[in-house]
Design a protein around this ligand. Structure first.
Ligand SMILES: C[S@@+](CC[C@H](N)C(=O)[O-])C[C@H]1O[C@@H](n2cnc3c(N)ncnc32)[C@H](O)[C@@H]1O
Length: 298
């Protein structure tokens, strides 16, 4: 049971009891407050099986995050600064991971099964595929196995680019490497049947900016997917971001489904020496976005 000594925790207590009114939200209780166990009101509502309360909190979370996002877009240039500072750091490859200069994991091999599943999803129609962000090249290896008609890779970091060349990626038949930030090169590349997006040092706002281009970049019948790591330290916050992306894609005329995949990263040795434990959940929701057929027929 949640404690009830301030506005946030009263909201948690209301959620744990399935109080669907949850009127405390209107009185200023933060939907995203967490207690010392790391849970928010939405977690308590889900755990208690109170669907209506969980839905109410999910909608409140989406509304609040959308307003905050709008404010952020108006007020700051934080995303570009963060990505630029990452692109100037020296990176380090080892057999299991790619690390930045602050010992944060850019990409790790535990994501291999997820990358296979993403490759399967975006290569399902064959044709021309685009991957944004090479990292360890796991999704690109998985795409190559599926022999797409053409395979374009956008990569912005000079160390990663050098690694790709050293590994012979420029000589693989059908592979085109485009060195640069996606923000600068994306619109010269034509259309694709499958697109995957997985960058580093960027925020939700960058993903959102990428999504604005997706409807024009994906051919009818094609598939778009992205690494779904938004708010991956709390299941309920993560669900809020899944819902936000789904609504944004809907606005752009694309339908999104999330395929649940089990993932276990509880083994402490995986995270040894890694500063940012960027995944903490036991289910991965693989996004599959396609042109909304109903809208296309109109
Ligand atoms: C998480 S890794 C991608 C991992 C990849 N999916 C794999 O299977 O190994 C992110 C990659 O995106 C690249 N990147 C970061 N910002 C970028 C940008 N703005 N444009 C293009 N690539 C970017 C990084 O240098 C890094 O190689």
């Amino acid at each position: 049971m949640a404690p009830s000594d301030d506005k946030g925790s009263k909201l948690m207590a209301a959620a744990a009891a399935g109080d669907t009114e949850c009127l405390l939200l209107d009185a200023g209780a933060p939907w995203n407050a967490i207690d010392k166990t790391g849970k928010c009101a939405g977690d308590y509502a889900v755990e208690g099986g109170h669907e209506e309360a969980a839905e109410f909190l999910l909608e409140a979370g989406c509304r609040a995050e959308l307003v905050l996002g709008l404010l952020e877009r108006k007020l700051s240039n934080q995303s570009a600064a963060s990505n630029n500072s990452y692109l100037q750091q020296r990176l380090q490859y080892d057999s299991e991971r790619l690390m930045d200069a602050e010992s944060k994991g850019v990409m790790m091999t535990w994501e291999g099964p997820l990358m296979e599943a993403h490759a399967q999803a975006i290569c399902s129609t064959g044709g021309d595929v685009l991957n944004v962000g090479f990292g360890l090249g796991m999704v690109d290896e998985a795409l190559q196995k599926r022999k797409p008609r053409s395979h374009t890779i956008i990569e912005a970091h000079p160390d990663v680019h050098a690694h790709m060349l050293q590994q012979g990626w420029a000589d693989k038949p059908g592979v085109r490497i485009v060195f640069g930030r996606w923000q600068d090169v994306l619109l010269q590349l034509g259309q694709f049947d499958g697109i995957f997006f997985d960058t580093y040092g960027e925020y939700y706002e960058d993903l959102r900016a990428f999504h604005e281009h997706v409807p024009k970049l994906v051919r009818p019948g094609g598939v778009y997917s992205y690494f779904n790591g938004l708010a991956a330290d709390n299941a309920f916050f993560h669900a809020v971001y899944c819902q936000i992306v789904k609504s944004e894609m809907e606005r752009l005329g694309m339908a999104t489904q999330f395929i649940p995949l089990p993932i276990n990263v509880s083994d402490k040795s995986i995270w040894e020496g890694v500063k940012n434990r960027y995944w903490q959940l036991d289910t991965y929701f693989l996004p599959i976005c396609q042109h909304d057929e109903a809208e296309e027929e109109q």
